[in-house]
Design a protein around this ligand. Structure first.
Ligand code: NAD
Length: 353
């Protein structure tokens, strides 16, 4: 059984990846997560406790802890997702973003490099440091065009600039030290287990609570949406078959304005959980725009499709329906996340191993 490190595996995308790897591969997954407000082990509660999933609460910026983990588990590689990930939070308090996304990635790279350098030649060649990043590093598009692997970086928010810096560090560790890295830049994800500060769960939960549905500006900002399990499949493929030093852009080919997304959510909720009177759409409220709000993101995923044969399985309509149904079916997960109850649950159900 080979071992793989996943950082940030208690977060939204990381937990989807851990579930996928445990279901569809025979890897042992060492899940390294600091459990910030965004990390939630309840998202992994359904996993069998058969020793293939090892959870370690640790900060990626803690060099001694990272060194000890590499020495103990001797992994074949790392899929690095741990990050501060919310743009609005980065505007209010950028320090954590610099610390985790830049310093943390640097520390993890150094720990990985030192472990990798100690391996025999064959193991060194098979090692991968897979850095998971965002299309937001490319800045903002007008009405035309797409981001691709060759697009110049032009990040605009504290979040995207910290991710851009980490992407540069990862590529530099490849060019300078020969560390076999791969980088993926993905568009907006949605799906089950997403923390309710992000657009889609925020709108679903506000709607169910009868609260306003806040839409930035005119609601005409465009995002390219990808169902989280499709992202997880792409990550697995790139980790296993991606070429060292290469970058792969991942996207859903599903551009929607924020207003379209909210309208679609309201229509789904009207169908699946009708209000006593009227439509959820009556809760829509336009609010002052986010400072520096990028207008449009869209990915050309042609390279990963041609090179690795990846395409998303879920359409936006089917993925959104599954997502809304999941939030309706899992009120306890939502309650615990919103109340901090899950931290007590972690203490009762999980001990660090
Ligand atoms: P998330 O906020 O849901 O999860 C992040 C996880 O990282 C949490 O479990 C948190 O506890 C952990 N973490 C934070 N700081 C840490 C630290 N210092 N040490 C160890 N663990 C730490 O984020 P997400 O939406 O799942 O995103 C995961 C990754 O994918 C991020 O790197 C993000 O930039 C990238 N990404 C996200 C999207 C998206 O739409 N959500 C799209 C493209 C790329």
């Amino acid at each position: 059984m080979q071992t793989l490190f996943v950082t940030g595996g208690a977060g939204f995308i990381g937990s989807a990846l851990v579930r996928l790897l445990l279901a569809e591969s025979d890897w042992q997954v060492v899940n390294i997560d600091k459990l910030t407000y965004a990390g939630n082990l309840e998202s992994l509660a359904e996993l069998k406790d058969d020793g293939r999933h090892v959870f370690v609460q640790a900060d990626i910026a803690d060099r001694a802890a990272m060194d000890a983990l590499f020495a103990r588990y001797q992994p074949r590689g790392v899929i690095h997702l741990a990050a501060e990930s919310h743009v609005d939070r980065s505007i209010l308090g950028p320090a954590e973003f610099v610390q985790t996304n830049i310093v943390g990635t640097y520390v993890l790279l150094e720990a990985a490099r030192s472990y990798w350098a100690s391996l025999g030649e064959e193991a060194r060649g098979g090692f991968r440091f897979h850095h998971v990043s965002t299309d937001e590093v490319f800045g903002s598009l007008g009405r035309e065009g797409f981001f691709a692997e060759t697009t110049a970086y032009d990040p605009r928010s504290p979040y995207s600039s910290s991710k851009a810096a980490s992407d540069h560090l990862v590529r530099a560790w490849h060019h300078t030290y020969g560390l076999p890295v791969v980088v993926t830049n993905c568009s907006n994800n949605y799906g089950p287990y997403q923390f309710p500060e992000k657009l889609i769960p925020l709108m679903v939960l506000n709607a169910l609570a009868g609260k306003p549905l806040p839409i930035y500006g005119r609601g005409d900002n465009v995002r390219d949406w990808l169902y989280v399990d499709d992202h997880a499949q792409a990550l697995r493929l790139v980790f296993e078959r991606g070429q060292a030093g290469a970058t792969y852009c991942i996207g859903g080919n599903a551009e929607r304005t924020n207003l379209d997304v909210v309208d679609r959510l309201c229509a789904l909720l009207d169908e699946l959980r009708p209000r006593a009177v009227g439509s959820y759409a009556e809760l829509k409220t336009f609010v002052a725009d986010r400072p520096g709000h990028d207008q449009r993101y869209a990915i050309d995923a042609g390279y990963i499709r041609r090179e690795l044969g990846w395409t998303p399985r879920e359409s936006f309509d089917s993925g959104l329906r599954r997502t809304v149904a999941w939030y309706l079916d899992n009120p306890l997960w939502v309650d615990h996340v919103q109340s901090g109850e899950y931290r007590r649950w972690v203490q009762q159900n999980y001990s660090e191993r």
